[in-house]
Each structure stands twice: as C-alpha cells, then as structure tokens.
Ligand binder design. Structure first.
Ligand code: ZN
Length: 183
C-alpha cells in the first residue's frame, strides 16, 4: 500500500492518483489530489487540441505550468512542421525550457489531453518535470499507465507524479470526432 495520503487519494478518487516514489514525500501538502484547477487547465489544453485539429493534426494539446502560472501552451504539430517528433508534449518541454532558460524543468506540471506515448513519457523524465496530468488514456500506445509505466516504475533515475482522467470524456471525444471526420 502507498503512503497514508496516497491511500486517501485512492479512497476519494479510485486509482486515478498515482504518486511516484520520487515525489511522494514532497507532494504531501499540495496537488496530490485532482482539483478544479486541473480541470481549468485541461480546458486550455483542449483548446490547443482543437487548434491542432483545425490544422489537420491529431488533436492533442498540452499546457506547461510552473507555480500556478502558464509557461507555454502547445498542440501537435507534426504535419505542419514536417517533424516526426512534433508531439504536443515535446513541443511544450522544448518551448518551456526556452522560456525558463533551463534545460531541466523542476517543479513544473505538464497537462496533456491524451496519455503520453513512450517517447514523450521518457522526455518528461529527462526534463525532470514534477507532475503529469492527462485526460484520456491511450490503451494502444500509452507510455505512462497503459502499455508502459515510464517515469513511474522506479527503473529510471527520475519520476513524476501522475494524475489521470481529468476531463477524460472531452479529451477522448475530440479525438473520436477527428478520426470519424477523416473516414
Ligand atoms: Zn508523444
């Protein structure tokens, strides 16, 4: 069983709060549990996902936060940029590092509408983010809770806390609609 506070998380939210062994102690006082603020920020990530869809990109959006302040908002930009790794998360980490003047991003929280793929999950380890919040799970390609547990299984030298399922229905609907239209 996890620590007491994590146990409370399980009681209130089911298995949606996943504190990681690296950050569990630090996180006792704040942000362990899903909050209204998370939903508010996820709406902003959804707006980025919509913007991406308007450009013909798979609608995934991300917002990087530091101390309750928005650092950057990004969406997928693979086709537009001709970039095979132009995922919203990678773009948020790159732009965020530029904004903050640091190649590492301690204390940041990354919000993403879809469970990150293994590449992005690993990039978050390299970037030293503190917390990941995502909306819809990706059972086929997810790198955090679905196919792999990157950043959470203690096998790498850094990890991050994870909150999943924030506005999950909205986050998966936008993807569903996008792929339906393309058929
Ligand atoms: Zn990715």
């Amino acid at each position: 069983m996890q620590s007491d506070i994590a146990f409370l998380g399980y009681l209130f939210y089911g298995k949606q709060e996943i504190p990681c062994s690296f950050t569990r102690k630090k996180r006792k006082n704040n942000m362990l549990c899903r909050s209204e603020k998370d939903e508010e920020i996820m709406e902003l990530a959804l707006a980025e996902a919509k913007r991406a869809a308007d450009c013909g990109e798979v609608p995934v959006g991300a917002v990087l936060m530091l101390d309750e302040k928005i650092v950057v908002r990004t969406g997928n930009n693979l086709i537009g940029a001709g970039d095979p790794v132009g995922h919203a998360e990678i773009r948020a980490l790159r732009k965020g590092a530029g904004q903050l003047g640091n190649y590492r991003l301690p204390g940041t929280t990354l919000y993403v509408t879809l469970e990150p793929c293994p590449m992005c999950a690993a990039a978050m380890v390299h970037a030293r983010i503190e917390r990941l919040v995502f909306g819809a799970t990706d059972p086929k390609g997810g790198g955090v809770v679905s196919q792999y547990r990157i950043g959470r299984d203690g096998r790498l030298n850094h990890g991050y806390a994870v909150t999943e399922g924030v506005l999950a229905d909205k986050c998966s609907l936008i993807l569903k609609e996008f792929f339906q239209k393309r058929r």
